[in-house]
Design a protein around this ligand. Structure first.
Ligand code: PLP
Ligand code: COI
Length: 345
C-alpha cells in the first residue's frame, strides 16, 4: 500500500498551468563526448556562458508528462518511456546527443519520488507536470552544434491548461505558420514554440483561446494547435485525427485513439483532414499532456464561423467518454493497457 505523505500547503483545486518551484530537480551534463551519471539538486538556477548554443541559436528541446495520485493512493506516471523515446528523436533532429531512454525514465522516477509532497492529491483535478529539457551549454559563434549540453527534469504542480477547464474553447485559423513541410514540427524543439508566441499573443488579443495551424504548404489541411493535437468526431461517431509529417506525434493522441477503438469500440482513423470538412463534424477536441482533452466549441476561419453541434457549454458525448476513459486509466480507476502506467510509490 502507498505511504501517506504530508502534502505541501497548496490550494490544489485552484492551480492554473504555471511554474511552481518544487524542491528537487535532476541534472546531467554532457561533456567530452559523454553524459555523466546525473544527480538531484535543490538549485533551480542555471549559470551559462553568454554565447551558449541555447542562447544564440536556440539549441534546446523539451518534453512534458504528468504524475498522478491514483484513486487508491499510489503515485504513477503515464507512459514516460514514450516521452523518453520522443526526446531521443528530437535530439537527433537538432544535432544534440540523445539522452538514453532508460536513464531518462529512471531520472523521471527520481524527480517524482523526491517531490512527492507536490503530487496533487486524488480528486483535486491537479497533477504534477514534469518538464524534461536539454540545451546546448558550451559557447558557439559560428552556426554549429554546441559541444556540451545539459539535461534537466523539474516538476511543477499544475491545474487545467485552459481557464475554465472543461468549457469549450474558440480557435482562430492562424495566418501564421507553425511548421514547414520539412522542418521541425514533428519534434519538440523550443524553436517551434518561440515562433508561435506572436501568433498566440495576437490570437488572445482578438479574443481567441488558441490557434488552429493549417498546413504551411497549401493552407487547406488541419494540422494542430500551438500545444496540442486535434481529434474530431464524425456524424457517424468515428474518431478521426490529422495525419501529417509536420505535427508532433502526441502521446495523448496515440493513447486516445487506442482507447477509442479498444475500450469504447469506436471506429478510428488517422488521415488528412481538410479545413473544408470542419463544418461536417459533430465534435472537436484538443488532446495533449497539458490540454488533456479540451473541447473546442467554435473555429473561426477568416470571418467564417464553424460551430460544432456540441455547443459552447459542455463537452460532446463522445469527447466526454474519451475523457472519462483516458483520465480513468491515468487515475487508476480503469485498468490500463500493459506498460502504460509506471508506479512510483
Ligand atoms: N502538439 C504540440 C505542439 C505540443 O506541444 C504537445 C504537447 O506536448 C502536443 C501536441 C501533445 O503531445 P503529448 O500528448 O505527447 O503531450
Ligand atoms: C505539453 O502538453 O506537455 C506541452 O508541452 C504543451 C505546452 C505546455 C507547450
Amino acid at each position: 500500500m502507498a505511504v501517506t505523505m504530508e502534502k505541501a500547503n497548496i490550494d490544489w483545486k485552484n492551480l492554473g498551468f504555471g511554474y511552481y518551484k518544487t524542491d528537487v530537480r535532476f541534472v546531467s551534463d554532457f561533456k567530452d563526448g559523454k553524459w555523466d551519471e546525473g544527480h538531484l539538486t535543490a538549485d533551480e538556477n542555471i549559470v551559462l556562458n553568454e554565447s551558449a548554443g541555447v542562447l544564440q541559436y536556440a539549441q534546446t528541446c523539451f518534453e512534458g508528462m504528468k504524475a498522478y495520485t491514483t484513486v487508491d493512493g499510489h503515485v504513477v506516471v503515464f507512459r514516460p518511456d514514450l516521452n523518453a523515446q520522443r526526446m531521443y528523436e528530437t535530439a537527433l533532429r537538432l544535432e544534440m546527443p540523445p539522452y538514453p531512454v532508460e536513464k531518462f525514465v529512471k531520472a523521471v522516477e527520481q524527480v517524482v519520488k523526491a517531490n512527492l509532497k507536490y503530487v496533487p492529491p486524488y480528486g483535486t483535478g491537479a497533477t504534477l507536470y514534469l518538464r524534461p529539457f536539454m540545451f546546448g551549454s558550451a559557447p558557439v559563434m559560428g552556426v554549429k552544434p554546441s559541444t556540451e549540453y545539459q539535461f534537466r527534469i523539474f516538476a511543477s504542480p499544475v491545474g487545467p491548461y485552459f481557464k475554465g477547464g472543461a468549457k469549450p474553447i474558440t480557435l482562430k485559423v492562424s495566418d501564421f505558420d507553425r511548421a514547414a513541410p520539412r522542418g521541425t514540427g514533428h519534434v519538440k524543439a523550443g524553436l517551434n514554440y518561440a515562433m508561435s508566441l506572436h501568433a498566440i499573443v495576437s490570437a488572445h488579443k482578438e479574443g481567441y483561446d488558441e490557434n488552429l495551424y493549417p498546413d504551411a504548404k497549401t493552407r487547406t489541411k488541419v494540422e494542430e494547435t500551438g500545444g496540442a493535437n486535434f481529434f474530431f468526431v464524425t456524424g457517424d461517431n468515428k474518431v478521426i485525427t490529422p495525419k501529417s509529417d509536420s505535427i508532433l506525434p502526441s502521446i495523448t493522441r496515440r493513447s486516445l485513439m487506442y482507447v477509442a477503438k479498444e475500450y469504447l469500440g469506436l471506429e478510428t482513423e488517422e488521415r488528412e483532414i481538410m479545413l473544408e470538412e470542419l463544418k461536417d463534424f459533430s465534435e472537436c477536441g484538443l488532446c495533449g499532456t497539458a490540454a488533456v482533452i479540451s473541447p473546442v466549441g467554435k473555429i473561426v476561419d477568416h470571418g467564417k464561423e464553424i460551430c460544432f453541434p456540441s455547443g459552447m457549454e459542455e463537452m460532446g458525448p463522445v469527447s466526454k467518454k474519451l475523457y472519462e476513459t483516458l483520465t480513468g486509466i491515468q487515475f487508476g480507476k480503469i485498468k490500463a493497457p500493459d506498460g502504460w502506467i509506471r508506479v512510483i510509490e
